[in-house]
Design a binder for this molecule. Structure first.
Ligand code: SMG
Ligand code: MG
Length: 366
């Protein structure tokens, strides 16, 4: 495939309510979109980097700079999605930027051949069960109201963001109010240390599906130690940036579940490798989220339909975050989202909506 040019487009998507985690509060999603143009088609992708480097070292201005200065110049004249990863290998890191470029090329390629993301990746289901990630709130009653609303909407699993001072009490309150049958898990975004192991063991009484990324990103050995000290299964998110990291984590016993985010690991091809690896080792995976618009969500839902994704993902409906999505909205049906079946991502940005939220565009000829 010959790529004639790439558009870098920044959009500002106001959130329906602030989303607070252990590392900060988001009120607007500042997103970099890529549009790859070839003589026969075009492909879209969303870069999941956040505006500040608090979830990971990447941030959206940095991703745009990396794409402009290093990634696009490294592409050969003719390339397909597999070739993108290969061509970008000499450049270290910048996985979210690389993922966006590879995904846009893959979308262009699949739109040209008429194949959907789901089919290409090996999806075995036509819809996926959806969980929702619930931010840290100012009070337990506010949290209970939010959780009640999501359960009413049909979400099949609740994930509570936790941090020191907001962990056992909110989990206990949710269990007391909504019962033991609700699928419940927590995500600390690396807010604890191994010194907190005894405290985290208090969560063992609540029958959680998992605790996600309790310790620092580079603490695989400490995660393995923690996993031996608590009964709640340990799941890794930030620590897993590649299939090699996943292999190391599994052999160390650092986790028994992996959150797969394609952006964090450099793209959907690496995401599928991690899925295959985990499946071979009997390690459950689920699809994480980065407050994606419909473009990123479409690809995530396709990935989440692979057979090893045995836990509900953070693949919520569009309105969990956005009053108006850039694509036709993803809407929950009976707690599930349908896997798009059209060519490529199977969704397109709505031009008028895209124009309204765009803050800048840049065209780069290749
Ligand atoms: O897309 O629903 C979503 C976000 C889910 O909690 C979520 N993501 O650590 O898993 C995570 C966080 C990362 C982004 S928080 C701003
Ligand atoms: Mg997480």
């Amino acid at each position: 495939m010959k790529i004639t040019g790439v558009e870098l487009r920044r959009i500002a998507m106001p959130l329906v309510s602030p989303f607070r985690t252990s590392f900060g509060t988001e009120t607007t999603r500042d997103v970099l979109l890529l549009r790859v143009v070839t003589p026969d088609s075009e492909g879209w992708a969303e870069c999941v980097a956040m505006s500040e480097p608090r979830y990971s070292p990447e941030y959206v201005d940095g991703a745009a700079a990396a794409i402009r200065r290093f990634l696009l110049p490294a592409l050969p004249a003719h390339v397909d999605a597999y070739g993108v990863g290969h061509a970008l290998e000499p450049i270290k890191g910048h996985r979210m930027a690389k993922a966006a470029l590879e995904t846009a090329v893959l979308d262009a390629q699949l739109r040209a051949s008429g194949e959907s993301f789901g089919r290409f990746l090996g999806a075995t289901r036509d819809r996926v069960p959806c969980g929702v990630s619930v931010g840290i709130m100012d009070s337990v009653p506010a949290l209970l109201d939010a959780v009640a609303g999501y359960l009413d909407e049909g979400y099949v699993r609740i994930k509570l963001k936790i941090e020191p001072g907001w962990d056992v009490a909110p989990v206990r309150a949710v269990r007391e109010r909504f019962g033991d049958d609700v699928l419940l898990q927590v995500d600390a975004n690396a807010a604890y240390t191994l010194n907190d192991a005894r405290h985290l063991a208090r969560l063992d009484d609540f029958g959680l599906l998992l605790i996600e990324q309790p310790l620092a990103d580079d603490d695989l050995v400490q995660h393995a130690a923690l996993a031996r000290m608590i009964r709640t299964p340990v799941c890794l998110d930030e620590s897993i940036e590649s299939a090699a990291h996943a292999a190391a984590a599994i052999s160390l016993g650092a986790c028994s579940i992996v959150n797969i985010k394609p952006g964090r690991v450099g793209g959907y091809l690496e995401a599928r490798r991690i899925h295959d690896l985990c499946r071979a080792h009997g390690v459950a995976v689920w699809c994480g989220g980065m407050l994606e618009t419909g473009l990123g969500r479409a690809a995530n839902v396709a990935l989440a339909a692979l057979p090893g994704f045995t836990l509900p993902g953070d693949t919520s409906g569009s309105r969990r975050y956005f009053a108006t999505d850039v694509t036709a909205p993803f809407e929950l049906k009976d707690g599930h989202l349908d896997v798009p079946t059209g060519p490529g991502l199977g969704v397109e940005p709505v031009p008028e909506i895209l124009a309204e939220v765009t803050t800048s565009t840049e065209w780069i000829n290749l």
